[in-house]
Design a protein around this ligand. Structure first.
Ligand SMILES: [Zn+2]
Length: 214
């Protein structure tokens, strides 16, 4: 099978996302860039994840052009490839409709702030206004919101988009963003919401960056 390595990583990631409850039905999509070949493996559109095989994962180029695989790539290809074009440091991208991220992207919520130390790697998590799914418009808004260093954004009335230098990093961003949304939701409900102070967040970010540099 061509592009077997990246196809397998994408398949394992989407199965993990399903197991974690971050993805339901056929929603959500995950992509991984292979630098050597300059291609992107991405989950196909509308295929059940429980029976999906590595061969079913679609291959596109960095402009989203469908190159290989029997199933059409996810309709959110523009979002994944736009981020990879804008950010050469990003190799893996994850888009899900995870429940609490979606809840916290509604109304006039402010950006998500960290509650626990590991979340600081991905904060602050901004909120992108609703734009039609699958369009270059939503792709541009996500790229803009991520900026030069962002790892996660929420998309109003839709879900979240996370990314990283590899699949592990992108999946961690997804897990911790959902955790941040969940803890924020319950803390606000209890009336006890108190995000980490900005100085604490900055110190944690420095610590995490130094640790990752080792
Ligand atoms: Zn979506």
């Amino acid at each position: 099978m061509k592009y077997e390595r990246i196809r397998k990583i994408v398949l394992e990631a989407i199965q993990e996302a399903v197991a974690q409850g971050l993805v339901k039905g056929t929603s959500g999509n995950i992509a991984l860039r292979d630098d050597e070949e300059d291609v992107v493996a991405i989950t196909p559109s509308g295929i059940s994840y429980s029976t999906m095989t590595a061969e079913d994962i679609a291959i596109v180029d960095l402009n989203g052009k469908w190159l290989d695989g029997k199933y059409k790539p996810s309709s959110e290809v523009p979002m994944h490839t736009a981020v990879m074009r804008a950010r050469p440091d990003i190799k893996a991208t994850v888009h899900t409709h995870a429940m609490f991220a979606t809840i916290m992207a509604m109304g006039d919520q402010p950006e998500l702030r960290p509650i626990t130390p590991p979340q600081c790697e991905f904060t602050p998590v901004g909120i992108v206004p609703f734009t039609m799914p699958g369009t270059n418009d939503v792709a541009d808004k996500v790229v803009e919101a991520l900026g030069e260093e962002g790892r996660a954004v929420l998309i109003k009335n839709h879900g979240m988009f996370c990314c990283g230098k590899n699949m592990k990093a992108a999946m961690e961003a997804t897990t911790y963003t959902e955790e941040m949304a969940l803890t924020t939701f319950y803390a606000k409900l209890l009336g006890t919401y108190e995000p980490m102070p900005k100085e604490g967040e900055a110190a944690m970010k420095a610590l995490i960056a130094a640790d990752h540099a080792v």
